[in-house]
Design a protein around this ligand. Structure first.
Ligand SMILES: [Zn+2]
Length: 444
């Protein structure tokens, strides 16, 4: 296979032209085949012919996890995102959430082929070559990590051992007995293996392993964690980033300077978590991704919720695709900023539970009526809380939020049962005026 793909060194202009071409084809196809997007775009009066430039994509609403899960609930078991007949689905993987029904993500045979190519490119860029022995230590059950790794390294021409993420001692024996040269796994499992090896009187630094690819959790680009993994394994450690829905998204090359985005696979936006306008390169923002050519269940403006920093400077390796430097910096949910003060949804939850009751249902509404017209940033929050009567509760809750969190809040008391329920994780932060945020009836 072609391991340093031609597209990895295209000029930024050529990448944008290519993305716009694919996006036009993709959105036109989705308008015809995806019930979900067709309905949402028709409701907006938007048509794929309206896409003249990549920036025009920002006119479309984002698709987030809560919306995806809701679609699965409304149209079980696949939701209404499928853009191919069910019998064309070659693979299903599932979210690893611990509550509710796991959400499926689908691939066609062509999607799997793309996936294998991307993973092979990642491994190649990290110095893995045909003949290397790759032991895959990602989990194979339900989730995407294990099979993605084995697909790509097989495509590259490595000898692949699909080992999974258990059987610690057998893993270690296999590494030494078969001369494993490359491994992939989560930072925590790789460090656990190193600990266990020491207990047994072995040192992984004496093994043949030279390439360690980590993913599935942050750590690969946390300097102290990376240094620890490299010392324990006596190998170079590379960070990979992907989510179930976009797999893989970005991976580090031999320069270890932040994961290169797969810009021929996904169109990436980095936006302010509140105003949702693009942030300049070098500043933190939420990664929003659009599939350029995925067939089975393509997503448009997928809100990853992950905060990243993009750098478009040319990398030492010669690849031109932008990099996400420093890996995932945090979750967008933790970045609600009101008048310069960080307000964490979990902190709001604590106050609501204390003042209203342990089982109180509530949501935070980002309301344009409570925003600075110049910057778009909120100057206060609207809080909708279920209770049997408003009255003095409104004042008590507002005062508690002001005292504890230094935030001004407008409180709407709504009748019990009024706020939408999902069988999954509650959706605590919504934006006023979004189609899936219905008006609620207030209690006097
Ligand atoms: Zn590079």
């Amino acid at each position: 296979m072609e391991t340093l793909h031609d597209c990895e060194t295209w000029s930024p202009e050529r990448i944008r032209d290519h993305q716009l071409d694919l996006l036009r084809t993709q959105l036109t196809r989705l308008h015809g085949t995806s019930r979900h997007y067709r309905r949402r775009w028709d409701d907006l009066g938007w048509h794929p012919a309206d896409l003249r430039d990549l920036d025009d994509l920002a006119a479309l609403p984002v698709t987030d996890k809560a919306g995806y899960q809701q679609a699965i609930d409304d149209h079980p078991p696949y939701g209404d995102f499928l853009a191919v007949p069910r019998e064309d689905i070659a693979r299903l993987h599932f979210s690893s959430g611990t509550t509710g029904v796991p959400t499926p993500v689908a691939w066609t045979g062509r999607d799997l082929d793309r996936w294998a190519d991307l993973y092979a490119r990642a491994a190649y860029s990290q110095g893995v070559r045909p003949g290397d022995v790759y032991q895959c230590l990602f989990s194979f059950a339900w989730f995407v990590g294990g099979l993605g790794g084995t697909l790509g390294y097989t495509r590259l021409g490595a000898t692949v051992i699909p080992a999974g993420s258990g059987d610690t001692e057998r893993q270690l024996e296999t590494i030494f007995r078969y001369g494993t040269t490359a491994v992939g796994g989560t930072p925590s499992f790789l460090l656990h293996l190193a600990d266990r090896a020491r207990d047994l009187g072995w040192s992984l630094a004496d093994s043949a392993v030279e390439h360690v690819m980590v993913g599935g959790e942050p750590g690969g680009q946390v300097p102290a964690t990376r240094a620890l993994i490299e010392r324990e394994w006596g190998a170079r450690c590379y960070d990979g980033y992907g989510c179930l829905e976009f797999q893989p998204t970005a991976w580090e090359c031999a320069a270890q300077a932040g994961g290169h985005l797969a810009e021929d696979f996904a169109y990436a936006e980095v936006v302010d978590p509140v105003t949702r306008t693009p942030v300049p390169d070098g500043e933190p923002g939420v990664l929003v991704l659009t599939h350029l050519d995925k067939q089975a269940c393509p997503l448009v403006r997928w809100w990853t919720g992950d905060v990243v920093v993009r750098d478009r400077a040319r990398c030492d390796c010669g690849r031109t695709h932008a990099r996400l430097v420093g890996g995932v910096r945090g979750r967008a949910d933790d970045m609600l900023v009101v008048r310069g003060v960080n307000v964490f949804p979990s902190a709001v939850e604590n106050v609501v539970r204390r003042v209203v009751g342990d089982l109180a249902e509530f949501r935070i509404v980002i309301d344009p009526a409570l925003a600075d017209p110049a910057t778009g940033y909120p100057t206060g929050l609207r809080l909708q809380v279920e209770a049997v009567a408003g009255g003095e509760l409104r004042g008590r809750l507002a005062a508690a939020l002001r005292a504890d969190l230094a935030v001004r809040a407008v409180i709407d008391i709504v009748a019990p049962g009024e706020l939408p329920r999902t069988t999954h994780k509650a959706r605590r932060v919504v934006r006023a005026g979004e189609p899936d945020v219905p008006e609620v009836h207030r209690v006097p």
